[in-house]
Write a protein that binds this ligand. Structure first.
Ligand code: HEM
Length: 190
């Protein structure tokens, strides 16, 4: 028991095998193809990304001011670097799998240019919102956090300027996540 649940990689491998068992069992009614596998991975990576966005906004950022100064290092030195690793690669893989769904479904161009019909334009809106969010992660939040966390050299002024920039971009993403998720789940383009 302890050996199994103490080993995260093993737990993930067994979860993966369980997913394959579900795919085989329900293959007749839910065919396993590039589209269904990409959708499954898309939601997995989407949860990693947005789960950590909500952890940062709902838990870490509001709690930091209440943590005694001598304990803050546990967050900034140990927790936050891990959070930002899974956060930014979760965002990247969500983008790639999401674009992959649109490409294999054949509506990528129409969706992105809003020249499709009905729900194709709805998923296009969701894709643009999520792309803006991913841009914020990689080109605003992460460069600012590298300075704040001391991963790259920065003067005290640079650190002070980076903090509100990271916060505004992170809050913008929290705001955009609500319409983005509505567009993602409502398009139902199969
Ligand atoms: C740039 C990033 C993203 C792109 C390009 C993208 C693209 C797409 C596309 C093309 C679909 C298929 C729509 C359909 O055919 O019905 C989709 C579905 C979906 N996406 Fe995203 N998406 C992105 C980010 C996200 C994020 C951050 C989440 C959060 C969890 C998410 C969750 C979902 C969900 C739940 C579905 C529904 C899947 C289904 O019904 O089969 N997406 N996305």
């Amino acid at each position: 028991m302890a050996k199994f649940f103490g080993n995260l990689h093993l737990v993930l491998v067994v979860g993966f095998v369980a997913a394959i068992a579900v795919m085989i069992s329900f293959g007749a009614s839910a065919p396993v193809d590039a589209n269904s596998v990409l959708r499954w991975l898309h939601i997995f990576f989407g949860i990693v990304w947005i789960g950590l966005l909500y952890y940062l906004n709902f838990v870490q950022v509001p709690t930091m001011p209440k943590i005694p100064a001598e304990q803050k290092g546990a967050i900034t030195g140990h927790i936050a670097p891990k959070v930002f690793f899974f956060f930014r690669y979760g965002a990247l893989l969500t983008v790639l799998t999401g674009l992959g769904i649109a490409v294999v479904s054949g509506y990528a161009h129409q969706a992105m240019t809003f020249t499709g019909e009905g729900n194709v334009n709805l998923i296009g809106l969701g894709m643009w919102l999520a792309l803006i969010m991913a841009f914020n992660v990689w080109f605003i939040i992460w460069p600012a956090q590298k300075k704040i966390l001391g991963i790259v050299e920065a003067t005290a002024e640079e650190k002070a300027a980076a903090a509100p920039r990271a916060l505004y971009a992170s809050r913008t993403n929290t705001l955009l996540s609500l319409p983005m998720l509505y567009a993602m789940v409502s398009a139902n383009l199969g």
